[in-house]
Design a binder for this molecule. Structure first.
Ligand code: BDR
Ligand code: CA
Length: 319
């Protein structure tokens, strides 16, 4: 089977970086380009990080197109506290010296979709600002793409981001919104309403179930020789596993990329998706009756983890 041509829209970010690594390494995907969007970090940093990660992976041929610097109608909320100030968990990865792609993110998406009608899958891993802009300037985008797989939403589980963009503090009720949606809820509302041939939502319902562990972290830190993709985890994992002392690192964005390669990794329900764009539950995603969005509610956790670990060539954890 030939590789699926994909564009990745990213706000690189630690887990975006691992998703890029998955896409570069997977024989099932042909990464045509990356477009960047303000999300985990501002647009400048997201773009610098994306170039640096692709160069680290030896993918200097993948063009990077800078996209939206802020949500459609709101100020930008970042997640630097979670991904570390530079967004890559304190990684020591050299900056890239190469040039950006000539057109901006949404324009690049529209151009490539027009050049290969019906072929390309868009994997959206940040706030949906670029996708909404691309939809607005090219209303035929839904028919020009093969489909969209997006990481976003929390449908049957709590969210991960408070209305002010912070994480839940002690004694606070669990948030209802997921980060990518709450950063640009108006964009998300437009994307969920668009008539894509196939729109798959990979939310926290499934991504929280698929996580690397401290054993994976120990394994990359004790292995003698690591190829670039596994070494990327050693670089970006320090903030999560070290500073924040987390025992697991959820593969939010990598799972969406893996689903683009193999939809069978998740079980979905078709629904309309409504997004709260105001009020106490701003950013909440609700399954709202019959519709065409494939909302992932189940995941083959072991197969997804195996797919990710083997594709990146991660060393085997010892326990
Ligand atoms: C999503 O938010 C970002 O912080 C991650 O990169 C991922 O795309 C998870 O809620
Ligand atoms: Ca992301």
């Amino acid at each position: 089977m030939s590789a699926i041509p994909v564009i990745m829209d990213v706000d690189t970010g630690t887990d975006d970086a691992l998703a890029l690594a998955y896409a570069v390494c997977s024989p099932k995907l042909d990464l045509l380009a990356a477009t960047t969007v303000a999300g985990n970090v501002g647009i400048e940093r997201a773009t610098v990080n994306t170039l640096a990660v692709l160069d680290w992976l030896g993918a200097k041929n993948v063009p990077v197109h800078r996209g939206a610097s802020r949500p459609l109608v709101r100020r930008h909320l970042d997640a630097a506290g979670f991904h570390h100030e530079g967004g890559l968990g304190g990684a020591r990865i050299p900056d890239s010296k190469r040039q950006l792609g000539g057109d901006r993110g949404p324009a690049a998406i529209v151009r490539m979709a027009n050049a290969r009608p019906g072929e390309i899958t868009l994997i959206a891993l940040g706030p949906l600002t670029n996708v909404a802009i691309a939809l607005n300037v090219e209303p035929r985008l839904p028919e020009l793409l093969n489909g969209v797989v997006l990481m976003g939403g929390a449908f049957t589980v709590p969210g991960n981001t408070m209305p002010d963009g912070s994480v839940k503090g002690p004694g606070e009720a669990a948030p209802t919104a997921e980060f990518n949606i709450i950063v640009d809820p108006e964009a998300a509302e437009q994307v969920f309403a668009a008539p894509f041939k196939r729109l798959t939502a990979i939310g926290l319902d499934v991504t929280n179930q698929v996580a690397l562990t401290s054993e994976d972290w120990d394994a990359v830190n004790t292995a003698a020789d690591l190829e670039a993709p596994a070494a990327l985890l050693r670089e970006i994992g320090g903030h999560a596993f070290g500073t924040l002392a987390r025992e697991r690192f959820a593969l939010h964005d990598p799972l969406a990329a893996a689903v683009a390669a193999d939809h069978g990794l998740v079980g979905t329900e078709l629904a309309s998706v409504a997004v709260d764009t105001r009020g106490a539950e701003i950013g909440r995603t609700r399954m709202d009756g019959p519709g065409q969005v494939e909302v992932a509610l189940h995941v083959d956790r072991e197969r997804a983890l195996h797919e990710f670990r083997s594709t990146l060539g991660l060393p085997t954890a010892t326990n």
